[in-house]
Design a binder for this molecule. Structure first.
Ligand SMILES: [Cu+2]
Length: 176
């Protein structure tokens, strides 16, 4: 009886372990999510109580917000992002020589994946990216799906102007 029970538990452990590895394999769809980061935050580590300052991050770095730059890759390389960090979207206002861009936020991963701009809400119009840029503060502990809304999703799809961010709770100790 006891042996059977233990056997059953082992099977459950194996199944959940394999499910975990499946979800790990799928984590590419959400590049900004960092598992090791979770461990450093909630694991049992000695730490000092220094709160790190929120960052202001220019989306795309010196490339700013334009057609054809791989923003998913950018988000992956610049992760982790934290709550109260500010994303700065910089793009020129529409002119004779530049294409208009904008910032939309998708409500679900599905609409983000398809660049379904009809199911997204406008967070910045084509004229809001000039000067210091449009600033978006990551206030909520939830996935944020950003994309350019221009040309009915063409910039988002073909121009790879899309990325996802899951802001983390900022650690109370110094980052190594
Ligand atoms: Cu665009």
């Amino acid at each position: 009886m006891g042996l059977k029970f233990r056997h059953g538990v082992m099977i459950i452990v194996i199944i959940s372990a394999s499910m975990f590895s499946v979800s790990m394999a799928n984590k590419d769809w959400f590049p900004a999510f960092n598992y090791t980061d979770w461990w450093s935050r909630f694991g049992n580590h000695p730490h000092n109580k220094t709160q790190q300052e929120p960052r202001e991050i220019v989306v795309g770095g010196s490339d700013h917000w334009h057609f054809g730059y791989n923003y998913s890759d950018w988000a992956f390389k610049n992760a982790p992002f934290y709550i109260n960090d500010t994303l700065v979207f910089k793009y020129d206002a529409p002119s004779a020589t530049s294409f208009p861009h904008s910032v939309y936020m998708f409500k679900s991963y599905e609409s983000f994946f398809k660049c379904d701009v009809k199911k997204a809400k406008v967070v910045a119009s084509p004229v809001q990216g000039g000067g210091e840029g449009f600033k978006f503060v990551l206030k909520k502990w939830e996935p944020h799906f950003f994309g350019c809304g221009e040309r009915n999703g063409f910039h988002c799809n073909n121009g790879t102007m899309k990325f996802a961010v899951f802001p983390m709770l900022r650690p109370f100790w110094q980052w190594p």
